[in-house]
Ligand binder design. Structure first.
Ligand code: FAD
Length: 410
């Protein structure tokens, strides 16, 4: 074991970078090493399918810290090198360059990777995924001129945001989605249909309840996508957004408990007392939701990294966030709080106008708000989250009435 206090963070995304910041802010004076296999210093991913992809936002805005922050704060950045081994007993992390880092405490913030499409032709040139800054740059180069035939596989958040960017640039866009609506699993059919209408109004050919059977090409390059219903859709470019899988390889090989993510308790501690996990990779016991949940969203990395850092310092931490997500597509901006997919709610109540895309939707279960989404309505997230946290039984009509303050809907 290391004789001086060395805290190692594996994964240089938002969770890892924010954890390093918190360690210093909280007065940790030992060595901090942040290891990341990407060559870029830590950056935030949401702009990669929005402002950065659209060419409206420079890369500089995406970085978590300005150039020089790591040096100033004594955080050793080991970029472009993967952690390849973890020895829990020896308290050591092995890196791909052959070096070994001893640690006193370790944070796994390795994030997630895009799920690959497993159909014939998926490896053709022109089939793309979107996770890194490099992916986004390459996609922007392809989309920016417009006039291409783009097939987006998967109507989840990444697929829909990419479709919106592609349409904004003037490309023809077809989306293929096996569920009956976009965003079916996170939102259910009611709000999924709102996103479906939005994209159709912007000229997207949205095909639901159908999957991809194969991708065909000529000369090694994609030229069509065939659905499992037999429709052949010509394509110059295919963008796959079929979800992510947590980057658990290191944890698994070390023998940590893994179940759709690195399993942690409510303080983000893994099955080893000196190893913590945060961000997309962590499957944490959330006392508010009364279940274990892995959250693949920005806010969870933003707050989970610091919470894990506090726990690494021995502080009493109970990490119990209301899951939170935001998106921008065309003229729709929204924030979503909570967790209520199909089967997790029995009613949806609207406050405002769905037709005008200016409303708050509430998902109710047994009269209590379990999730809320504000669409082009702002500054209500704290009130929505308070309703979720307080488990108040609400009056349906008062909840739907914009004249009734959120504090008086019970
Ligand atoms: P990551 O950002 O994935 O960072 C993990 C890092 O660790 C990566 O650099 C990875 O390469 C590295 N790593 C992995 N394994 C190793 C290893 N063995 N050794 C060294 N390094 C390793 N969320 C929202 O809430 N709203 C949005 O609008 C939104 N938009 C998004 C748009 C895009 C295009 C993407 C890809 C994601 C978006 N998200 C959004 C999700 C959000 O970005 C993620 O939840 C967040 O990035 C998770 O941060 P993280 O630090 O846990 O992991």
């Amino acid at each position: 074991m290391a004789s001086e206090p060395v805290y190692v963070i594996v994964g240089g995304g938002l969770a890892g970078a924010k954890a390093a910041q918190t360690l210093r802010e909280e007065g940790f004076a030992g060595r901090i090493v942040l290891v990341s296999q990407e060559h870029e210093r830590p950056y935030e991913r949401p702009p990669l399918s929005k402002g950065f992809l659209l060419g409206d936002e420079p890369a500089a805005k995406a970085y978590v810290h300005e150039n020089g922050w790591y040096e100033t704060h004594g955080v050793e950045l080991r970029l472009g090198v993967a952690a390849t081994g973890l020895d829990l007993a020896a308290h050591e992390v092995a890196l791909a360059d052959g070096s070994v880092l001893p640690y006193r405490r370790l944070l796994l913030a390795t994030g997630a990777y895009p799920r690959r499409l497993d159909v014939p032709g998926a490896d053709l040139e022109g089939v793309r995924y979107l996770r890194t800054m490099g992916d986004s740059c390459a996609l922007r180069d392809d989309l920016a001129g417009g006039g291409k035939r783009v097939v987006v596989v998967g109507a989840g958040w990444i697929g829909l945001e990419t479709a919106a960017a592609a349409r904004t640039y003037g490309n023809d866009v077809t989306i293929i989605e096996p569920e009956p609506t976009p965003l079916y699993r996170p939102l259910g059919p009611e709000l999924g249909a709102v996103f479906g209408d939005l994209h159709r109004r912007h000229g997207v050919d949205l095909r639901t309840s159908t999957g991809v059977a194969r991708i065909t090409g000529s000369g090694g390059r994609v030229h069509a996508v065939t659905t499992d219903g037999g429709a052949e859709i010509p394509a110059d470019l295919v963008v796959v957004g079929v979800g992510v899988r947590p980057a658990t390889g290191l944890a698994e090989s070390a023998g940590l408990t893994v179940a759709d993510g690195v399993v942690t308790d409510r303080s983000l501690r893994t099955s080893d007392r000196d190893v913590f996990a945060a961000g997309d990779v962590a499957a944490s016991d959330n006392p508010l939701l009364r279940r274990r949940i892995r959250v693949e969203h920005w806010a969870n990395a933003l707050h989970g990294g610091p919470a894990a850092a506090q726990a690494m310092l021995g502080r009493d931490v109970v990490y119990a966030p209301v899951p939170y997500f935001f998106t921008d597509q065309y003229d729709l901006g929204m924030e979503y709080s909570g967790a209520a997919g199909p089967g997790g709610y029995d009613d949806v109540v609207y406050r405002g106008s769905v037709d005008d895309l200016e409303f708050v939707a509430f998902w109710l279960a047994e009269g209590r708000v379990v999730a809320g989404m504000n669409v082009n309505v702002w500054d209500v997230t704290p009130a929505v989250q308070h309703l979720i946290r307080s488990r108040t039984v609400v009056d349906r009509d008062r909840l739907a009435d914009p004249r009734v303050p959120f504090g008086e809907v019970s």
